[in-house]
Write a protein that binds this ligand. Structure first.
Ligand code: ADP
Length: 418
């Protein structure tokens, strides 16, 4: 990995706990991070669990008290420095992202700029943590609201935006005077480690930004929800895991921020501009190879335009260049892992067995193990899994509808219930 970077030190293979870079876990266990495009192992990392998580929480708890005493301007200065470092190192951060996650390099670069924008914006907001003075309910009372950091914040982040999802949780927490313990997805922890290294260089003090490395996310999540020093948990991931964390957090009435799955509808009416509709579908369905929570998952197309839309979309989709994220012109990388690939195949098989047709794609791609052909399905009905479960892959299922009211009713009803 380091040989591919301008600054090889950004290839980090240690966890960050209490300001120490920790190379081995208490159990001695490790896990590998591999490139989904080639299968090549990029790093072998310590596989941690509750004991290390507890240590990080204790350190964060202590460090936070000092950090919270800094002025907003001081914290803003550190975050500004981090923003500048992210911009200076955008190519390396994007290289790490493409290597561990597979998205095209141009998209990875876009993600780093997007992540950095949170660091910039929340850093600026550190100076503006205004309160309120509210008229009281009695003539001799006045109510004053002040904003204070909640304390230690834990973050669990997914693999589809490994830099931006963490940046957007870490930056506001640190700006507000909180300390953060993050647990990145085991598929893509290297982006989090590089970010943490830059944060250290920017002057984020020891213990304020910790990165726990673990394949055993239920154990780490359990410590996050059970440890009463953790005052808030922020999570981006599947609806199913969000539900588990909400249940676990109930015991201590934990403050939760949950960003979960979706099953977004995309509706095309007979009088739509066909080219614009197809372009819109391309962007909202195939971005990040269909692996975002706001990707169009169900495309409802009115019967008068259905065949023309299906043909045109299938035509555009057949021209998507699939391949390694560093190859020129590639618009779709591999899926993240074999589980993701199996889900895509299962959804297609289920739809076809219930009468759907494959307009284009439908199979594994010749490029190799985790590549899949961008797919369009026609003749899709609400009985099929694609109607209710998030596919999280490059599959556009086209539902036919007759009247506007029927499509809107369906769009609202078939929510993600998985
Ligand atoms: P996906 O299916 O897209 O990987 P997940 O919700 O499984 O989505 O993963 C999102 C994040 O949640 C990852 O960092 C993962 O390691 C973590 N995670 C998965 N299961 C649990 C759990 N039971 N408790 C805490 N974190 C979890």
């Amino acid at each position: 990995l380091s040989s591919k970077l301008k600054d090889p030190t950004l290839a980090v293979d240690k966890a960050l706990i209490a300001g120490e870079w920790v190379p081995v876990s208490d159990s001695g266990g490790t896990f590998d991070v591999s490139n989904p495009s080639t299968g090549e192992i990029l790093a072998t990392l310590p596989d941690m669990n509750r004991t290390e998580t507890k240590r990080a929480i204790a350190a964060a708890h202590k460090a936070q008290k000092v950090w919270a005493k800094k002025t907003g301007k001081e914290r803003a200065g550190v975050l500004r420095k981090l923003f500048d470092l992210m911009i200076d190192n955008v190519d390396d951060l994007a290289t790490i992202l493409t290597l561990e996650m597979g998205k095209p390099f141009a998209e990875a670069k876009g993600e780093i700029l997007y992540g950095a924008s949170y660091v910039e914006w929340f850093g600026e907001e550190a100076k503006r943590l205004y309160g309120d003075v509210i008229p009281g309910h009695l003539s001799d009372k006045r109510i004053m609201v002040i904003k204070q950091p909640v304390g230690v914040v834990a973050a669990i982040t997914p693999w589809n935006f490994p830099n931006a999802m963490l940046a957007r949780k870490m930056a506001p927490a640190i700006a507000a005077g909180c300390a953060m313990i993050s647990k990145p997805a085991a598929q893509t922890p290297l982006s989090a480690l590089a970010l943490a290294l830059l944060a250290e260089r920017a002057g984020v003090p020891a213990g304020i930004f910790n990165v726990i490395l673990s394949k055993d996310s239920p154990s780490v999540g359990r410590e996050f929800t059970d440890n009463d020093k953790v005052r808030k948990l922020t999570f981006t991931g599947s609806t199913e895991v969000g539900r588990i964390l909400m249940r676990q957090g109930a015991d201590q009435i934990m403050k939760l921020g949950l960003e979960l799955g979706g099953n977004a509808p995309f509706i095309v009416f007979d009088d739509a501009d066909l080219d614009a509709a197809v372009e819109g579908a391309m962007v909202s369905k195939y971005r990040n190879n269909g692996q975002t929570c706001v990707c169009a998952n169900r495309l409802y197309v009115q019967s008068g335009i259905y065949d023309a839309f299906a043909r045109k979309l299938a035509d555009r989709v057949s021209s998507i260049k699939v391949g390694d994220g560093f190859e020129a012109g590639v618009a779709a990388g591999p899926l993240i892992d074999s589980k993701a690939l199996a889900k895509v195949e299962e959804h297609i098989q289920d739809a076809v067995s219930k009468g759907a047709q494959i307009a284009v794609g439908g199979k594994r791609h010749e490029k190799g193990a985790l590549f899949f052909q961008p797919t369009v399905l026609t003749g899709v009905t609400t009985e099929m899994k694609v109607a209710r479960e998030e596919t999280f892959g490059p599959v556009a299922p086209l539902f036919r509808f007759e009247t506007a009211s029927s499509s809107l009713a369906k769009a609202g009803r078939d929510r993600n219930t998985a």
